[in-house]
Design a protein around this ligand. Structure first.
Ligand code: GAR
Length: 208
């Protein structure tokens, strides 16, 4: 049975989508733990109610980023996971951390990377006059919001959109694509070919 550890900072709706999809589709995967850097994260209550082990590691209690990441690595490694899933985990990770989990650390970012890495993606997409928005699941490398792309999804930007409306439209798509991309990853169905991660059966990794 494959094991995953999911890292959150807040609402945790992507984590919820993964837990629900894994159950509905009877994945042979255990969500071994949900870890938050914010003790008040709403997602922790959901995970607990599902009987998933939860850890709150308050980053403010650590003197340096390195010290926090070391504690985080200890908490994760206690479960020896096959994949570590960042789901709205809003902390910059140290190179030591990203190297330690190289090739098994996934993130979802609410833009069509490489456009709009970093924060306030929806506001910036609206300001840029984009007609399309979306989300990207990728492997995490030392560079923020870079790394091999596993799946992307797009939605239109509609007349009258503000940040909240656009974010909600993108989020609904995130809830479909993140479980799918994670399932492909865990099943070893994604291969690096010519600098690009591709599904071995030629399945489109694009969700619309
Ligand atoms: C999601 O939209 C996710 O893509 C984004 O935060 C939201 C978390 O929602 N992540 C980032 O911006 C990472 N830089 P959730 O807690 O409900 O899953």
């Amino acid at each position: 049975k494959k094991k995953v550890v999911i890292l959150i900072s807040g609402r945790g709706s992507n984590m919820e989508a993964i837990v629900h999809t894994a159950r509905r589709e009877a994945w042979d995967v255990e969500v071994a733990a949900v870890i938050s850097n914010r003790p008040e994260a709403a997602g922790l209550a959901f995970a607990k109610a599902q009987g998933i082990s939860t850890v709150a590691l308050d980053h403010k209690a650590y003197p340096t980023r390195e010290a926090f990441d070391a504690a985080l690595m200890d908490a994760i490694d206690a479960h020896a996971p096959d994949a570590v899933v960042l789901a709205g985990f809003m902390r910059i990770l140290t190179p030591g951390f990203t190297e330690h989990y190289a090739g098994r650390l996934l993130n979802i970012h609410p833009s069509l990377l490489p456009a709009f890495p970093g924060l306030h993606t929806h506001r910036r997409a609206l300001e840029a006059g984009c007609q399309l928005a979306g989300a990207t699941v990728h492997l995490v490398t030392a560079e923020l919001d870079h790394g091999p792309i596993l799946a992307q999804a797009m939605v239109p930007v509609l007349a009258g959109d503000d940040e909240a409306r656009l974010a909600q439209r993108v989020l609904s798509l995130e809830h479909q694509m993140y479980p799918r991309a994670l399932a492909w990853f865990l099943a070893g169905e994604l291969r690096q070919e010519g600098g690009r991660m591709q599904h071995r059966d030629g399945a489109a990794q694009l969700f619309t």
